[in-house]
Design a protein around this ligand. Sequence first.
Ligand code: HPA
Length: 250
Amino acid sequence: MTRRLAILGGTTPIGELEVISKQEVDTPFGTCSSALTTVQLAGHEVVYLPRHGHEHTIPPHMVNYRANIWALYSTGVTHIIGMAAVGGISSNCPPEKIVIPDQIIDYTCGRKHTFFEQDLDQVIHTDFVEPYCHELRDILLRAAAGLDLEIVSSSTYGVTQGPRLETAAEVMRMKNDGCDIVGMTAMPEAALARELNLCYATCAFCVNWAAGIRENKYNINISKVHNTARQGMVLTRQLMGASVKRFVIQ
Ligand code: HPA
């Protein structure tokens, strides 16, 4: 089977990408965040889909996660790297750190979170003990090691509903639950990818300390968050490039 990689872009930009082609895709679940764009990255073709739309206008709770994942699946994508800007909760997840999570706690509500709800021959329960795909996590971790990038290789991503940020008490509860980072988009994206047997991993970039964690220059302020995300562009792009190369030779 031909392997095909897609990057689901988040709030962290990865810079200019050479566009090869664009494909509008209709799905039974509605419209995806934008046309699927085949781009050139590190000399190889990958599919790029900005989750929040090309102009970054779709908030996390309004993203049509089912349409996005279905569109990628139906066009032959087998592997997805979901990029995410997150807040750091654990002390080893400060602003500007790249984190590759291995667990998820889902605090979202009311999102369309499954493909399996109608016209079923039988009820389907999807295994999700390990929410992330080993193969793609491994590619990201080895690519980071090859670049001498110090990243966090194991962490729990707590996914909140947004679009508002969390209260300090909510973050304290998440910390007690075992969350290391907080963001708004890994769910239901990761679970939907698993329902279709797609290999999915998150590459998270910390843009602030989560609410109430620390008083410092990185306290939450949306324009600072976007600034830090932009500063992360060089690192995340390097990591994506190196990962694409590894994906192709593997
Ligand atoms: N909370 C939730 N989502 C986020 C944050 C945060 O602090 N920072 C970036 N995305």
